[in-house]
Design a protein around this ligand. Structure first.
Ligand code: SF4
Ligand code: ZN
Length: 298
């Protein structure tokens, strides 16, 4: 390993896309500086806010909770961790243990909401081919509801650069222009969402967790391999390997496109006729899926 660009110590990380190397101390400083910059640039946090931090027990979300907890006084905010139990046996139970342990260690308030209690089904009970569809739709809803219940002003999620780029490409490939635009141009619908790590590569979030001795779960959801997103992830990582910096350049191109055409494409948000939640269609996706489950169970 070469020397750190900032001091004489041995580097522990090479930032290929920037052509620099950093020691442990300077990696952490650089990481946090970039997160602060993303937060400031996008005006994500205001003093006096209560932020619900969505956590799963993995490296990304516990790193985000660690970061926001470390700087909560500087930001002037209150935080509360919110976790969703989708009902995935042998996986979610383990990751939730990590959440509880972390919150107890740091004295952070937390709340866990379960699909089974709230909606009457668990992910293990739905058709395996559509696990991720159900999971995504109801996780979003459960988080919104939990955040409102605890009186939070915002939900912070740990989406990193890799997640962001995967979703951009996914929506692009599916020709879902509305969703494509909405990823950035989020109107406040129920509760604002912020993504402080959206400009940090996944690898660096993992290293941040490791260097801060955060005890995270490395378990992978048993359903992840079936998803199309998994293929996209492999594809992007392959491109990044060949040409470092490609993830950033996809994000920048995307931001430019949205700035240019966002307003023209954005549709008015309607309300679901069944539950009253915001939706781009007459009946929202959650209500559509719930009625499917109810038909099957009848
Ligand atoms: Fe849910 Fe799919 Fe993620 Fe598993 S891989 S947690 S089923 S979205
Ligand atoms: Zn609905």
């Amino acid at each position: 390993m070469p020397k750190c660009r900032k001091c004489d110590k041995k580097a522990i990380y090479i930032k290929k896309y920037a052509g620099t190397a950093l020691c442990k101390e300077h990696f952490i400083i650089d990481f946090e500086k970039r997160v602060f910059r993303s937060i400031r640039k996008n005006k994500m946090i205001k003093r006096g806010e209560k932020i619900a931090v969505a956590v799963s027990g993995g490296k990304d979300s516990l790193s985000l909770l660690f970061f926001l907890n470390k700087y909560k006084e500087r930001f002037g905010i209150n935080i509360c961790a919110v976790a969703v139990d989708e009902g995935i046996a042998g996986y979610r139970d383990k990751t939730l243990e990590k959440v509880k342990k972390f919150c107890k260690n740091f004295g952070i308030e937390y709340r866990i909401v379960s699909f089974k209690d709230k909606y009457g089904f668990s992910i293990d009970e739905v058709d395996k081919k559509h696990s991720c569809d159900y999971c995504g739709v109801f996780r979003r809803r459960a988080l919104n509801e939990a955040a409102l219940e605890i009186g939070a002003n915002k939900i912070a999620t740990a989406h990193n650069l890799d997640d962001e780029v995967q979703v951009i490409l996914l929506n692009f490939i599916r020709a879902d222009v509305n969703r494509f635009i909405r990823l950035k141009r989020k109107k406040k619908i129920i509760i604002d969402r912020i993504k402080p790590f959206y400009e940090i590569p996944e690898k660096e979030v993992a290293l941040y967790a490791f260097l801060n001795n955060i005890d995270v779960s490395f378990d992978e959801c048993p359903y992840v391999h079936g998803s199309f997103r998994y293929e996209i992830r492999k594809f992007i990582n392959h491109l990044e390997e060949k040409s470092p910096g490609i993830k950033f350049s996809i994000l920048r191109s995307y931001e430019k496109i949205v700035d240019l055409i966002g307003e023209k494409v954005e549709k008015e948000i309607k309300r679901c006729k069944k539950c009253g939640m915001p939706s781009s269609r007459d009946i929202c996706k959650a209500c559509e899926l719930l009625s499917k489950i109810n038909k099957i169970n009848k």
